[in-house]
Design a protein. Structure first.
Length: 171
């Protein structure tokens, strides 16, 4: 199993964008781990994972499986309903992301602030874009232009990073 995981990690790293900022992807049957997080950033379609216990609040299924990206330090996760994320957004669905903090939020902790930097071949391209989710991590619609994006996320005294890909809409 360890050899398979190593091969999987190597294959995902070779196919990812901005491997320097990689953030996710283990097998579809498990929660992404930190070592797997370092392997497959910017996948076109986010694999389905069993959500970690700290990200399951509000789900009726006791073992929910959803498209999920874990941040680099594992402090925040993105549950992606709009999978794959599209630029421009599809006419029949949005780029909905539920941001879930591992640690409980501080009362009055403020908004989730996102600084998004497009990355090509591990190099930052263009100016960063700012987005925010009012009231801290929670449900959001985050639209960005097509490409691999390195996100710096700040909320309630925490900072972490993850990569997400926005693909061109396909007819």
């Amino acid at each position: 199993m360890r050899v398979f995981a190593t091969v999987l990690v190597a294959a995902l790293a070779a196919s990812g964008c901005g491997a320097k900022h990689s953030t996710t992807l283990a097998t579809t049957a498990s929660v992404p781990t930190q070592s797997a997080a370092a392997a497959g950033a910017c996948a076109t379609k986010i694999p389905v994972h069993l959500l970690p216990t700290w990200a399951r609040t509000g789900f009726s299924d006791p073992r929910p499986h959803m498209p999920f990206v874990l941040s680099a330090k594992g402090e925040i996760g993105a549950i992606v309903w709009g999978n794959p994320l599209l630029a421009p957004p599809a006419k029949d669905r949005s780029n909905k992301i539920l941001w879930v903090s591992r640690e409980p939020l501080k009362l009055g902790g403020g908004d989730l602030r996102i600084s998004a930097q497009r990355v090509e071949a591990g190099t930052a391209v263009g100016a960063p874009l700012a987005r925010s989710v009012m009231g801290g991590p929670g449900p959001s619609i985050i639209d960005l232009p097509a490409g691999c994006w390195h996100l710096t996320l700040s909320w309630s005294g925490h900072t972490d990073t993850m990569d997400l890909r926005y693909s061109r809409e396909q007819a």
